[in-house]
Design a protein around this ligand. Structure first.
Ligand SMILES: [Zn+2]
Length: 279
């Protein structure tokens, strides 16, 4: 069968048998797929640069008749994001993003814009370190790209747009309905503070590369960021069949990232920080 080649981002890699690995990758032209890398734990020749979590490179794949798993013939790394191997907080963010992509992107459906978004996120993570607000901006851009961004500027039910921008709380956030509903229309859902609704809208319209400017300007306080996070996690959870394993890891890191750093926690990039490596 013909060989497929694509720029690819490695989302998951687990040992299989004596010398193989089973990997999940996001290919720019193939979408998300699983593949077996035969002899990957021994051959540095066909898998130059290794198959670590979030490594980016050029993948050559071949279909295996009747199998969901393709064969990864070769993988030449072009970017390994070295800091992920030494910074546990960066690794936590990368592992979360990788798990989100693996769980939310439909199999074999090319999403080049999402591939580019993920790459941009990882480049920023490598260059500027882990920033919580950048992660929120990524989540918003990802769910927008996948077609389920929440409506924040109008009541989903009556369409009114004169929503409160002051202290007065007048909307509820209903993740399963896809956004906010005014108090006049619904008594269900969780009340959302205007400052959280406005922060979400602002983050949704901020390009990923500019999210760090919001961090630097202290534009969104920590309690508001937590409100945004809660709402986004509800939206994302509604599209998953099981909770994200990396989320618990990430919460622990954010509680005491400095402790983890000081302890020099070892990160197994091959298994993935959210997967077998640390659980
Ligand atoms: Zn309404």
């Amino acid at each position: 069968m013909a060989e497929l080649t694509t720029p690819a981002l490695l989302l998951r890699s687990i040992d299989y048998g004596e010398s193989d690995r089973i990997i999940t990758l996001l290919g720019r032209t193939t979408g998300c797929l699983g593949a077996i890398a035969r002899g990957a734990r021994k051959s540095q020749r066909r898998f130059g640069g290794g198959l670590g979590l979030c490594t980016v490179g050029d993948a050559a794949l071949r279909e295996r008749g009747g199998s969901e798993l393709l064969t990864l013939e070769r993988f030449e790394a072009t970017e390994t994001f070295a800091s992920l191997g030494t910074d546990v907080v960066r690794m936590g963010h990368a592992a979360y993003v990788a798990e989100l992509l693996a769980k939310l992107c439909a199999p074999r459906q090319p999403e080049p814009a999402i591939f580019d978004l993920a790459l941009e996120f990882l480049v920023l993570l490598e260059a500027r370190g882990a920033k919580t607000l950048r992660l929120r901006a990524f989540e918003l851009a990802l769910i927008d790209g996948l077609g389920f961004a929440p409506t924040l500027d109008a009541c989903l039910s009556c369409g009114r747009t004169d929503l409160s921008t002051s202290e007065t709380i007048d909307v509820r956030f209903i993740a399963e309905q896809g956004g906010v509903v005014c108090f006049g229309c619904s008594r269900q859902g969780r009340a959302m503070r205007p400052v959280v609704r406005l922060a979400l809208a602002r983050l949704a319209s901020t390009p990923l590369g500019e999210a760090d400017a919001l961090v630097d300007a202290d534009a969104i306080p920590a309690d508001v960021e937590r409100g945004c996070r809660g709402a986004l996690q509800e939206v994302i959870a509604g599209h998953l069949s099981a909770p994200l394993r990396s989320l618990e890891f990430l919460s622990k890191l954010e509680l005491d990232g400095s402790v983890a750093r000081a302890a020099g926690i070892n990160i197994d990039r091959a298994a993935g920080a959210a997967g077998e490596g640390t659980s």
